[in-house]
Design a protein around this ligand. Structure first.
Ligand SMILES: [Zn+2]
Length: 191
């Protein structure tokens, strides 16, 4: 289906939702809302139409270094798949090179591809780790994610200030706790 058709169809559903909520989709303030909301949702879920492995492959270079590389605090916005409410926060990605490195901005794009769809934080973290691990020669990949979930904050669970942390790792990070500690130390120490 063409993009315009998809957006028009999502918009027609938003119009019904507004009506079902008890408001009038034809009143001045809401007239263009279904289309605007459809476009916003389509944009925020563009990860379905992108390929994270391809993005990685587009910027892989030979590299002789063997020390940990970290990209810290990559901002992301996603939707929890249980409530279709936003969750958002920061992801930090580390890897130990094994003959290759990846353009740093690609890691941020990989985070976005996996975030911009219906997700759960745990799977988001695991998918980012798996994509980096499978498309870059490495001796270990580690991903830490900290996020706030509007489905917890808005629905009166009274966990307004809580945040959720998830972590995934492969290779040397799995069997060498000192490397995981180094990763977390670098996340907090380096300014
Ligand atoms: Zn939720």
């Amino acid at each position: 289906m063409e993009q315009e058709q998809v957006i028009a169809e999502i918009a027609s559903h938003y119009e019904s939702i507004i009506r079902l909520l008890g408001d009038n989709p034809a009143r001045p303030g809401l007239e263009k809302t279904p289309v605007r909301a459809a476009k916003a949702l389509y944009y925020a879920t563009q990860g379905y139409r992108q390929d994270a492995a391809e993005i990685m492959k587009s910027a892989i270079f030979d590299y002789a270094g063997s020390r940990m590389v970290i990209v810290k605090d990559i901002e992301f916005y996603s939707f929890c798949e249980h409530h279709i409410l936003p969750f958002f926060g920061k992801v930090s990605v580390g890897y130990i090179p094994d003959g290759e490195m990846v353009g740093l901005s690609k890691l941020a794009r990989v985070v976005n591809v996996h975030a911009r769809r219906l997700q759960v934080q745990e799977r988001l973290t695991a998918e980012i780790c798996a994509t980096v691990d499978s498309s870059l020669k490495n001796k270990g990949v580690i991903v830490a994610c900290n996020a706030q979930h509007l489905c917890m904050k808005m629905r009166g669970v009274e966990k307004q200030e809580s945040s959720t942390t998830s972590i995934e790792y492969t290779g040397q990070f799995a069997y060498n706790p000192a490397l995981r500690e180094e990763f977390f130390r670098l996340l907090t120490d380096v300014r």
